[in-house]
Design a binder for this molecule. Structure first.
Ligand code: ATP
Length: 351
């Protein structure tokens, strides 16, 4: 089901939790609603489910205006962070429960619950109580319970945050698999950029109640709308250097970078020259920005160099066969991709 969000706003007393949010979500997509703590993700999700009524704006499911439709009439499945399973009921009864409320006949609800249990791979645990399940298994049951009513939209609120690191990766891939098998439009809330990048078709990135950018994960990474987006996505975090244009030349940490065209850049304004770790090439030869190697360290199969340049520290990937001792003076060259220039005060992107 296609979703359209128009000018959606939620005001709590004197705090605007969501401000003029506009987005269109294609049918059958897995969407990550991403942003730091307190940016309004849960408020957005609660307006989509109908738990909260917006102060302004509209929500359309397909072409139907559901802004003021009661939660139970929206056809939405919800999965919470703490799973919210009924502790005294078996797995089978938990999954069946929404159908019991709808007065679906017993034989049919058992059949449908078993079908869902198979989909999420808990069919061998139907008689167990939630306390006899691992966190990942409880999450699977919660997803089955949300899907058994055949909702038009599945909403997941931080579904993986109670799981340990290894299980988080396993379960996020499971959510992707289940979503692809059911083809149900799904929105999941997360503050974890890696989680959002790894499984979603598109990311809605929020800050202070305002949508910053909506796009495919790789597009957000390669073509960020502003400094916040560039900074929020990627590990290591994008590098940021102080920059300024004087007499038509860009100076980065006080050093001229003549290869950057400054025609579109404002003069004598504090700028940030930003570059991804993989966009930097270290060299021993002269030419390029001068930096000092602080240390090198290995993460998995990658070797990373920490460098001092002017008042800033940056990180760059390096070829592991290069022997470079700490304290070495090096020069930096930049690839075309992964280089951006932002306004320091507003975060607006110029390049
Ligand atoms: P987290 O990741 O920490 O759960 P979030 O992005 O989901 O955060 P929300 O829970 O949507 O953020 O909250 C957005 C803002 O609105 C926060 O500043 C929060 O304090 C405020 N807020 C949320 N609910 C209410 C409420 N009922 N009354 C007043 N303020 C609220």
């Amino acid at each position: 089901m296609k979703i359209k969000i128009e000018n959606l706003t939620k005001q709590f007393a004197n705090h605007t939790a969501v401000c003029r949010f506009n987005a269109e979500i294609e049918s059958g997509q897995l969407i990550a609603l991403l942003g730091p703590s307190g940016c309004g993700k849960s408020t957005m999700l609660n307006m989509l489910s109908g738990i909260l009524t917006p102060t302004e704006g509209s929500i359309f499911f397909a072409d139907e205006d559901v802004t003021f439709t009661a939660p139970e009439k929206r056809g939405v499945g919800l999965v919470f962070q703490n799973y919210a399973l009924y502790p005294h009921m078996s797995v089978l009864d938990n999954i069946c429960f929404p159908l019991e409320i709808q007065k679906v006949p017993k034989a049919e609800r058992t059949r449908r619950a078993i079908e869902m249990a198979k989909l999420v791979h808990v069919e061998s645990m139907l008689e167990r109580k939630p306390a006899q399940l691992s966190g990942g298994q409880q999450q699977r049951v919660a997803i089955a319970r949300a899907l058994v009513k055949k909702p038009r939209l599945l909403l997941l609120d931080e579904p993986l945050s109670n799981l340990d690191a290894r299980l988080r990766i396993e379960m996020r891939e499971e959510i992707r698999r289940i979503q692809q098998e059911t083809k149900i439009t799904t929105i999941f809330v997360t503050h974890d950029q890696e989680e959002a990048m790894s499984i979603s078709d598109a990311i809605l990135l929020m800050k202070d109640g305002v949508l910053q950018q909506m796009d495919q994960p790789q597009r957000l990474y390669d073509d960020p709308a502003n400094c916040f987006v560039a900074d929020f996505l990627g590990n290591p975090t994008i590098n940021k250097l102080n920059a300024e244009v004087k007499d038509g030349i860009l100076y980065v940490e006080g050093q001229p970078m003549t290869e950057i065209d400054t025609a579109e850049l404002p003069q004598q304004r504090k700028l940030i020259f930003s570059c991804r770790a993989e966009s930097i090439r270290l060299q021993k030869a002269a030419g390029g920005l001068r930096a000092t190697l602080i240390q090198t360290y290995v993460i998995g199969k990658e070797m990373i160099a920490a460098l001092q340049i002017g008042n800033s520290q940056i990180r760059a990937y390096m070829d592991s066969d290069e022997a470079m001792p700490a304290g070495l003076e090096v020069t930096l060259r930049f690839r075309d991709k992964g280089i951006f220039i932002f306004d320091e005060a507003s975060g607006e992107r110029y390049l």
